[in-house]
Design a protein around this ligand. Structure first.
Ligand code: SF4
Length: 295
């Protein structure tokens, strides 16, 4: 029998990146953050080097055009948002006025948006801006970098990662499969899985990191036992090579996606994956589909 999620709310399914008139900053109540996460979207152009089947971003048909981040606008939006959080006004504002009490806490400001944040030239300046504004508003929160790990080896990214290390930062790196076939089915990229694993290792040797792994049913088929074994084996290899894993987040779809043929993985199967990782001594936690997807 599946463990029940301790606290749940329809807000887990509402991760709109639109908030009032903002271009970059949006609040969400997040399962994995166990509270409020302030999203910072550094990819308003929606360009990403992955094409995940479960991506919530509608990229339409035409070619996307690069768009630079306006740091002044980002600063004003985040300043206003954090003021709303610091004063508590966020909890009087729909839909956040329905947030269950235990989730009424700011967990993080997260670089997570409509593309891969590490591809944005504005990431370092934005990280500095986030750190300064958290201090200004006397808020204690993590700065989370949600990444597909493709660029973690870039030399230009190392100063950003060092800055985050010094400012309560945390890397959440995507690893959705341990074998090339499932990996390509899910994230649909030409970038080999091996490169992702090498980049995760590099980042995880330098500081503890979080792995985020999405599991789902694709056209009715859940990942096979062999595929889960392969996934667990990759994690064991990473640990054996010196990768420090703070947590592995085993999660499934929580909100509407654009692709047909996708369903959340039932809670029991998420629990089975977590139990397998626990047997290997790997810290892991399951995040279930909200009730709307109850199976
Ligand atoms: S890495 Fe993130 S933004 Fe890019 S396609 Fe996948 S889910 Fe979407």
């Amino acid at each position: 029998m599946s463990q029940q999620q301790p606290i749940t709310t329809p807000l887990f399914s509402q991760h709109s990146r639109s908030w009032q008139q903002n271009r970059y900053v949006y609040p969400v109540i997040s399962r994995r953050s166990k509270g409020l996460s302030i999203g910072v979207n550094l990819n308003p152009d929606r360009i990403c080097n992955f094409d995940c089947v479960y991506c919530c971003v509608d990229r339409g048909q035409g070619k996307l055009r690069r768009e630079n981040v306006d740091l002044k606008v980002l600063q004003d939006e985040l300043d206003g948002m954090l003021a709303t959080v610091a004063s508590g006004d966020i909890w009087q504002t729909p839909p956040f006025d329905t947030t269950p009490q235990p989730l009424r806490r700011l967990n993080d400001v997260a670089f997570s948006g409509d593309g891969e944040p590490t591809a944005s030239p504005a990431l370092l300046a934005s990280s500095e801006l986030v750190a300064n504004l958290l201090v200004k508003h006397r808020l204690d929160a993590k700065i989370v970098l949600i990444t597909n790990a493709t660029l973690l080896d870039r030399s230009s990214l190392q100063p950003v990662l060092a800055f985050l290390d010094d400012h309560n930062g945390e890397i959440w790196a995507k690893l959705d499969a341990g074998d090339e076939e499932l990996y390509r089915q899910i994230v649909r990229t030409q970038i080999p899985l091996q490169r992702i694993l090498e980049n995760i290792l590099l980042a995880g040797q330098a500081r503890p990191i979080v792995i985020q792994s999405m599991f789902l049913k694709l056209n009715g088929a859940a990942p096979s036992a062999q595929q889960i074994d392969q996934y667990a084996a990759r994690l064991r290899e990473l640990v054996a090579a010196g990768c420090r894993l703070r947590l592995v987040q085993v999660y499934t779809i929580a909100r509407p996606v654009h692709e047909a043929g996708l369903e959340p993985l039932p809670g029991e199967q998420l629990d089975t994956i977590v139990a397998q990782l626990h047997r290997d001594g790997i810290p892991a936690e399951a995040y279930y589909a909200p009730a709307k997807y109850a199976l």
